[in-house]
Ligand binder design. Structure first.
Ligand code: FDA
Length: 301
């Protein structure tokens, strides 16, 4: 239900206009403005955490909106450099115009990647639903020929991911490993949590052994504990990889990992177009709906 609702722009317009949703959204979104997002990065840095900034927005339908999104990323990279914050951003290709015109998308991402290279920053290309997997990996490969500080995302629920991981390891591409957040048909994705987790475990070990500074993006404590044990057993130094988690989710676990000496990067989304992102977070854990409503009622008293 939440994933389907995330694709309904009319519901999104309604939700973003309602004041009641704002306090709920603030749990997962750092703010609507760049200034708020930079403050969130400052706070996380004070807690010894790294960050990657995401300007919310996806599936743009015009060339002008796609160009504007790229310009906002360039401005964000400049602002991060000026504040001496982590030069690390995450973007989506449909925000850069993939559905409008692939050539325009390439030009937009190329502009962001070029500025990132100038200021010594890193660009992570988020992975969207499976019809875009091939184009996304192809574009990351193409970009890396001129700007190597660009990385990919692999979703463990996809059956193809073991092959993709081997190729990315061979090419020296930095990989973020996540489980996957979209509603995919069983033909392309493993249908059960057990299979998705088993795939995550295999890919995680493969990347920890031979990957270029992989990022393990999950809040699944069992998998995180396994990663820690694997790294210790195989004598993989903490400096060779990082854990990643989403802003506002399992903050206790984020803090524990930092205390124990592991690298942690928090994915910090900001902007007005929070609706699809927020709905995917609810889809991952429907209990969040109750939890969020309760906190709104409490704060409203
Ligand atoms: P799982 O869903 O099994 O959850 C394990 C536990 O984590 C839960 O029991 C709960 O305690 C906690 N948890 C998980 N989600 C929660 C939530 N929303 N609220 C509260 N608690 C929650 N996906 C994608 O398709 N493309 C991408 O590019 C990215 N990028 C990305 C970056 C980063 C840094 C992260 C952490 C995640 C992504 N994802 C993503 C999302 C990812 O695919 C996945 O949907 C979520 O991380 C949830 O899966 P978990 O691995 O956390 O495990």
């Amino acid at each position: 239900f939440f994933i389907r609702a995330s694709h309904r722009p009319s519901l999104g317009r309604l939700a973003t206009a309602l004041p009641i949703t704002r306090p709920m959204v603030r749990r997962f979104v750092a703010g609507e403005t760049l200034a708020e997002a930079l403050d969130a990065c400052d706070r996380l840095r004070a807690a010894s955490m790294h960050t990657t900034l995401d300007i919310l927005g996806e599936s743009v339908t015009s060339a002008a909106a796609a160009r504007e999104a790229a310009t906002r990323y360039v401005d964000t990279l400049d602002a991060l450099a000026q504040r001496g914050l982590d030069g690390n951003v995450s973007l989506k290709l449909t925000q850069m115009g993939l559905d409008v015109d692939p050539a325009l998308c390439r030009e937009n991402v190329g502009r962001v990647a070029a500025r990132a290279a100038e200021v010594g920053a890193f660009v992570r290309v988020d992975m969207e639903d499976s019809p875009k997997t091939e184009a996304t990996l192809a574009l990351v490969r193409e970009l890396r020929a001129t700007t190597p500080e660009v990385g990919a995302v692999i979703q463990s629920y996809l059956r193809r991911s073991a092959d993709d991981v081997e190729r990315l390891i061979a090419e020296g591409t930095r990989v973020r490993l996540c489980k996957g957040a979209y509603d995919e048909p069983a033909g392309v994705a493993f249908p059960t949590k057990g299979e998705v987790d088993a795939s995550y475990r295999r890919l995680m070990e493969r990347l920890l052994r031979d990957g270029a500074y992989p990022a393990l993006a999950t809040h699944d404590e069992a998998l995180i504990v396994e990663a820690e044990a694997f790294a210790r057993r195989e004598r993989i130094e903490p400096s060779r990889f990082e854990f990643q988690m989403l802003y506002g989710i399992r903050r206790d676990l984020q803090a524990r990992l930092v205390r124990e000496g592991w690298n942690v990067r928090v994915y910090v989304p900001y902007g007005r177009e929070w609706y699809p992102y927020f709905m995917r977070r609810l889809a991952e854990r429907p209990a969040n709906v109750l939890f969020l409503l309760r906190s709104v009622v409490r704060e409203g008293r």
